[in-house]
Design a protein around this ligand. Structure first.
Ligand code: SF4
Length: 498
């Protein structure tokens, strides 16, 4: 069947006609902004369970942590499907289903793990990821527990910086029942235990491979933080410091890039490529070509690397270029660690010059204004995870008081942990210390990131709550004091063997 278009007097095929009718009668824009829909989701103004557009009933267990930077809107969300299976992962929220494609998420690997696409109004658009996975869709407007006018009034304009990242967890209330001094002491002790465990690992590694190689591996791990720690560690173990010392800077870089698999199979030096890139690629390839047969058994597979969600300036290629520059500094870095010269240690991690990689994120990226190969945050992480952990290995307990005074700028993980445990979106200034924030990270990693029950099955509050646990005599860790003494026992064991 065909119909006449009023605009250009032509016959329209049936599907085009259908679209026209839909646009005419159903194109009222959604009444809420995307940020309001995110608030609606975060605050839970919807019936639960929800039914997807294909009729599957899902029970939302936890809405997730609100992500205010790049990537899906919520992370660590969980729902239960009709078979009882729990799905955990990110959630994306849009006004219209077609926004998924309009925003390019169907081509973006950061959205591959999304478990649910919530939209105000659904349409015939299905939600498909880069690899073709179909994501269930929920039409939120069908499940509101409040009328629209009231909902709008609930969502006044608020600056993005004032938006929360997570709701306080069950442990927040329990912790606040404990006396203030012991409450925060517990967090610091958890942080001290975390650092002691890292220090113990460093100690064991040093006994096995020696100081220089341990330092080299630790620097590589620091460069891989947070998503590529393992491949960076493997790279430093396959290409040991002793094998790289003595090579020129270009050869070191060629070997590291070659073994990590970050050299394209073939570089066509055509006229379209910048002179800079041609020069860099040619030099690196000349070096790699000579050496590659000797190292071919050590190549890392491309699947070893996590590249989605990595900011351009944090790409592994740039970090590898930094590592190549650090080899001649291993001796002085080791001396600074031994002499506890923190400023000198930090200074050695800066001014790592590499004209190509300072202005490129990948081989094919457009050159940008040069940026240091190791940024401030990376150096701060290396200070904590290498400098201070090394100091604990050398000096033991005496470092603890320094760490409880040494300040550290909060990062998104410590802010998230504080929102869950401390119940506030801003970490108070007196808690911005290394030890306290390591404690927050310990709790986040040990409990929050494993939880798929919206805190209900998390053992942490029960560990802290004397009353509920008195009814469960069989539990070994019974209450706040017991949890503290467990931490203390672990600390004592580690302090003795360090
Ligand atoms: S998951 Fe556990 S540790 Fe995390 S906020 Fe909930 S109760 Fe606290």
């Amino acid at each position: 069947m065909e119909f006449i278009s009023a605009q250009n007097s032509r016959f329209l095929p049936k599907n085009e006609f259908k679209n026209l009718i839909q646009q005419t009668f159903h194109s009222t824009p959604p009444p809420l902004r995307e940020i309001d829909l995110q608030k609606l989701w975060f605050e839970g103004w919807f019936n639960n369970p929800l039914t997807t557009t294909d009729g599957t009933v899902l029970s939302i267990i936890q809405p997730g942590f609100w992500n205010h930077s790049a990537g899906p809107d919520f992370t660590h969300a969980a729902y239960r499907d009709p078979s009882g299976k729990i799905h955990t992962g990110p959630i994306e929220i849009h006004r219209e289903a077609s926004d998924w494609e309009r925003h390019g998420h169907h081509l973006d690997s950061r959205y591959e793990e999304v478990i649910l696409h919530c939209v105000w109004k659904s349409s015939a658009h299905s939600t498909v990821t880069q690899t073709g996975k179909i994501i269930p869709q929920i039409e939120l407007s069908r499940f509101l527990t409040i009328n629209l006018q009231d909902l709008k009034a609930l969502f006044p304009e608020s600056p993005p910086s004032s938006l929360p990242v997570a709701k306080p967890g069950l442990c927040h209330h329990t912790l606040y029942q404990a006396p203030e001094a012991s409450r925060w002491k517990l967090v610091e002790e958890a942080g001290w235990l975390r650092l002691l465990q890292k220090s113990r690992r460093l100690h064991l590694r040093q006994n096995t491979v020696g100081r220089t190689q341990t330092l080299w591996e630790s620097l590589a791990e620091g460069c891989g933080y947070a998503r590529n720690i393992l491949p960076f560690r493997a790279l430093a173990q396959r290409l040991r410091a002793s094998e790289l010392i003595g090579y020129s800077a270009t050869t070191r870089k060629a070997l590291l890039l070659g073994i990590s698999g970050f050299l394209p199979q073939e570089i066509h030096l055509d006229k379209n490529q910048s002179l800079e890139k041609q020069r860099e690629a040619q030099t690196i390839w000349e070096q790699w070509w000579r050496a590659h047969s000797q190292w071919s058994h050590s190549l890392l597979p491309s699947t070893a690397w996590t590249l989605h969600g990595i900011r351009p300036w944090n790409r592994p290629e740039r970090r590898i270029a930094a590592l190549a520059r650090l080899i001649p500094r291993l001796r002085s870095l080791k001396e600074h660690l031994q002499k506890a010269a923190r400023n000198d240690f930090q200074r050695d991690l800066t001014h790592l010059h590499d004209p190509f990689w300072e202005s490129h994120a990948t081989w094919n990226s457009i050159p940008q204004k040069p940026s240091p190969l190791l940024g401030e945050q990376r150096i701060c992480d290396l200070e904590i995870n290498l400098y201070w952990v090394w100091q604990i290995m050398e000096r033991g307990l005496s470092i603890q008081s320094l760490l409880s005074a040494r300040r550290m700028t909060p990062n998104h993980k410590t802010v998230l942990a504080w929102a869950r445990i401390g119940g506030e979106s801003k970490l108070p200034s007196d808690k911005q210390t290394i030890l306290f924030q390591q404690g927050l990270l310990a709790l986040l990693h040990d409990f929050c990131f494993h939880d798929t029950s919206n805190c209900f099955s998390c053992p942490f509050p029960a560990m802290l709550q004397r009353q509920s646990l008195q009814e469960q005599d069989s539990r070994t860790i019974l209450n706040f004091e017991d949890y503290r003494s467990w931490i203390k026992g672990e600390i004592e064991t580690l302090e003795k063997i360090l």
